[in-house]
Ligand binder design. Structure first.
Ligand code: CO8
Length: 257
């Protein structure tokens, strides 16, 4: 697919997806979400890429789903177009994903950031679910992901009121990881990505699956999966290399196999 609404590049072992619909504050139309997820999957398969960064521009990460595209939808048109199937695929990306957020991350844009594993944001970034102001509600996982991140009481207040929350507050509630000056967001996200790129890739993916499982399943199921993945890590050469390097008092060289 020709990319109409995103730009794609790499920085070392980091694959970057830049949302690029500047005239519409990076509002996510369906084609754009398809392009984003298709590229995430391509990076996930690409052996030279270890971490994925998703970013917007200086004014907006993404201002939500495209309201104009959505406004004539009906329950049946949504049932037939099934716009969330592609969001389910985003959940299956195995590599670490970092959202680098400047400006607005609203509605579907915030949900896109929440589908990433880590969020680095500018101190003047704004996160919010304004759907209530449009007479709808978050639909791409927002109620679930936000509630799991910050707890029921605060999530309800936030989504009900529909007002944006600033980056410091979002960090205080554990929704985002790091807050930096606006001009340093991409640099910080890439630095974090590079740090992760030096970790054993097999460990990272198994840990990601296990941590997500901790959030999404009863504790015992999560522990069972964690144990299985712990055993599986021992099938990798990186486990041999990592432990050998420790005993030899040198830095490990991880290959991702
Ligand atoms: N959809 C379509 N167009 C948009 C959107 C949007 N969500 N957001 C901004 N735009 C457009 C504006 O219409 C405007 O276009 P034009 O120049 O042609 O008039 C342009 O982007 C710039 O926007 P503004 O002039 O409004 O810029 P401001 O700096 O004054 O304001 C804001 C920026 C605060 C971001 C403001 O545009 C705004 O409030 N936007 C709407 C935010 C919103 O309500 N988002 C939630 C949408 S609903 C949703 O996300 C549901 C998710 C569930 C499904 C997910 C599937 C993808």
């Amino acid at each position: 697919m020709n990319k109409e609404h995103i730009k794609v590049y790499s920085d070392g072992n980091t694959g970057v997806i830049e949302l690029h619909r500047p005239k519409a504050a990076n509002a996510l139309n369906r084609r754009m979400v398809d392009e984003i997820v298709e590229q995430m999957e391509a990076f996930d398969r690409d052996k030279t890429i270890r971490v994925i960064v998703v970013k917007g521009n200086s004014k907006a990460f993404a201002a939500g789903a495209d309201i104009e595209e959505m406004m004539e939808d009906s329950p049946l048109s949504l049932e037939f177009t099934n716009p969330f199937a592609v969001w389910d695929k985003m959940m299956l990306i195995k590599k670490p994903m970092i959202a680098a957020v400047n400006g607005f991350a609203l509605g579907g844009g915030f949900e896109l950031a929440l589908h990433c594993d880590l969020i680095v944001a500018a101190e003047d970034a704004k996160f919010g679910f304004p759907e209530v102001n449009l007479g709808v509600m978050p639909g791409a996982g927002g109620t679930q992901l936000l509630t799991k991140a910050m707890g029921r009481a605060k999530a309800l207040e936030w989504i009900w009121l529909g007002q944006p929350m600033d980056a410091q507050e979002a960090k205080h509630y554990g929704v985002i990881n790091r807050v930096v000056a606006p001009e340093l967001v991409e640099e910080e996200a890439l630095r974090l990505a590079e740090q992760l790129s030096e970790q054993a890739p097999v460990s990272l993916r198994l840990i990601k699956e296990a941590v997500h499982e901790a959030v999404n399943t009863p504790l015992q199921d999560g522990l069972t999966l964690e144990r299985k993945n712990f055993y599986l890590a021992f099938a990798s050469q990186d486990q041999k290399e990592g432990m050998k390097a420790f005993t030899e008092k040198r830095r490990p060289s991880f290959k991702g196999v």
